[in-house]
Design a protein. Structure first.
Length: 229
């Protein structure tokens, strides 16, 4: 292993929640008269915080959302997750095979992280090593959450690898001086690579990438284009 610690994002990286969660926001916005596509929601909200999603919806609406908007959206996400949430395919064998410390660092609140991991059978892998941006008041793409996780683990930032699925998460990892691997199951490999990540689209190749395996890297990394990050 080329790293002394691995920092995983949660939504879209450990659990397959991006489409479920963003569809809830699409539905909640539609009830207020704003028609968003799921693709637009994913492009705008992936890797971000709820407050930024609300700000975007309010700007598009031209008025504030109701005071209970976030609470209602959160409750609907819980129901959607309880009905349909699954672990990302292949991630559990990856976790079982890691021989270095690892943790999860997410822009979501702790109760959402724990719910997601619990519903998918992954919570036991991360108990005592869960870091939420809400607990330090700093969100991706700022590097603070990843730096906080590395400091808690007792590992220098340059010896940490970050596994992310969003542009804000990749930017945070790069800003923290960490190696960044972009899980591109949503077809966003070029965008992640343009921001500095080594992108891949099958979780089973991650261990080889972390070890620096050249064959797996060639097979898994999408060739980057000149895209803004």
């Amino acid at each position: 292993m080329n790293y002394d610690a691995i920092i995983f994002d949660c939504d879209g990286t450990l659990v397959d929640s991006e489409q479920l969660g963003n569809q809830v926001l699409v539905d909640c916005a539609a009830e207020l008269g704003l028609q968003l596509t799921l693709a637009e929601a994913l492009a705008q909200f992936m890797g971000g915080r709820m407050a930024d999603a609300v700000a975007y919806i309010e700007e598009r609406l031209g008025r504030p959302v109701p005071k209970d908007f976030v609470d209602r959206a959160r409750r609907r996400m819980v129901a959607a997750f309880q009905a349909e949430l699954r672990a990302v395919e292949g991630v559990e064998p990856v976790l079982r095979g890691l021989d270095v410390p690892y943790c999860v660092a997410s822009s979501g609140p702790r109760d959402k992280i724990e719910l997601s991991l619990g519903l998918t059978g992954l919570l036991g892998y991360f108990e005592g090593r869960i870091f939420s941006a809400y607990e330090i008041g700093r969100w991706k793409p700022e590097p603070d959450l990843f730096l906080h996780a590395a400091e808690t683990l007792g590992v220098a930032p340059h010896r940490c690898a970050v596994v992310e699925d969003s542009v804000p998460g990749v930017r945070a990892g790069i800003a923290a001086g960490m190696g960044v691997f972009g899980y591109a199951a949503m077809g966003n490999g070029d965008a992640l690579a343009a921001c500095g990540a080594r992108s891949f689209n099958r979780m089973d190749v991650l261990p080889s990438l972390l070890r620096g395996g050249r064959t797996a890297a060639r097979a898994a990394i999408d060739p980057p284009e000149s895209l803004p990050c």
